[in-house]
Design a protein around this ligand. Structure first.
Ligand code: SF4
Length: 321
């Protein structure tokens, strides 16, 4: 099956201050040559510590921020090459759900007006009656009462506001939703409800997700595959169960070790030393080497490539087999 989304060697570089000769120094490679695929109806989890470039990658894929190079093929068409007008026509196919739903909801507009706006921009309803029926259907599908349409975002709890954000994203019938830490700001009990809702919607609507999270347990529950990101690069990709039960990259092993219910017998418990290095001045060789408990001499000079170590399994580590 052809991928819905095929990202090739994507880079996002933020130039640093210019020197006397007008050259930028200390550029930040926020996303450094990432390639990944998402198939129709698939949920791919993107995990890593805060600041590793996950959100930047998600936004660059949707062209909410500018990429420096690479390709973002959505249904075979490179979105980085589209004009603004062409992109506007495609936007409904790939939506985003944010960590803070308030960022996508206008506090001065009713819930019905916010959802209806998306329907009208993309001409997906006929007349006020059709608009109202569709808004009520969407609210019901995310577990909110139909009469929520006349209320304002501040009248809802955090979990309910996230449901409104999901309804708004669903309004335009997307094929892909980039979910950027959609449950991390919610209470634990509410997190499970929202994750279950996303899972139900995925099955019912054949939705694909790029699910960005720092919570490996949530990602394993929701996603069939996981991509692990460190300092702007992917370091491990594979089926969720395999990545969580037998992580191959020392960084993934450390992430798994930090989740008590996930740590498996026989897998060495690894603890991360210190904070991630600055992307302004990344380490030579393997970018993980200053924190890696099993680093060898060559790790300081030779950058490991993301290579295949089994069916659908890729790792960027010299020692992985
Ligand atoms: Fe550790 Fe070396 Fe593997 Fe990097 S390449 S993760 S430093 S063992």
């Amino acid at each position: 099956m052809a991928p819905l989304l095929d990202v090739e060697e994507l880079k996002v570089v933020y130039p640093g201050p210019k020197n006397l000769w007008g050259r930028s120094r200390n550029s930040v490679h926020a996303v450094n040559g990432v390639s990944l695929t998402v198939h129709p109806g698939e949920a791919l989890g993107l995990v890593g510590e805060s600041g590793c470039g996950k959100t930047t990658l998600g936004r660059a894929i949707l062209r909410l921020i500018r990429s420096s190079s690479g390709r973002v093929l959505f249904q075979g068409e490179d979105w980085l090459q589209l004009s603004s007008a062409e992109l506007r026509g495609r936007r409904r196919h790939a939506q985003m759900i944010f960590q803070d739903p308030n960022s996508s909801l206008n506090p001065r507009r009713t819930v019905g007006a916010s959802i209806g706006e998306a329907l009208e921009i993309h001409r997906l309803v006929n007349g006020p009656a059709g608009r109202r029926t569709r808004i009520r259907e969407l609210l019901t599908s995310v577990g909110l009462p139909e009469d929520s349409e006349g209320r304002y975002p501040h009248e809802f709890s955090g979990g309910q506001r996230q449901r409104i954000g999901i309804a708004r994203a669903l309004a335009v019938e997307p094929k892909l939703i980039v979910c950027d830490e959609p449950v991390s700001a919610l209470d634990v009990s509410v997190q499970a409800q929202i994750v279950n809702l996303l899972q139900e919607l995925q099955g019912a609507r054949h939705l694909a997700y790029l699910f960005i999270s720092h919570d490996l347990a949530v990602v394993e529950h929701l996603c069939g595959r996981i991509a692990v990101m460190y300092l702007g690069r992917l370091v491990e990709v594979g089926p969720s169960r395999e990545v969580c039960r037998s992580p191959a990259h020392p960084y993934t092993q450390a992430l798994v070790s930090a989740v008590p219910q996930m740590h498996a017998d026989g897998v060495p418990r690894l603890h991360l030393r210190g904070d991630p290095p600055s992307p302004v001045n990344p380490p030579s060789g393997c970018p993980f080497h200053p924190r890696c408990p099993v680093a060898e001499a060559r790790c300081r000079t030779e950058p490991p490539l993301l290579r295949s170590i089994g069916p659908n399994r890729q790792v960027a580590c010299h020692l992985a087999v």
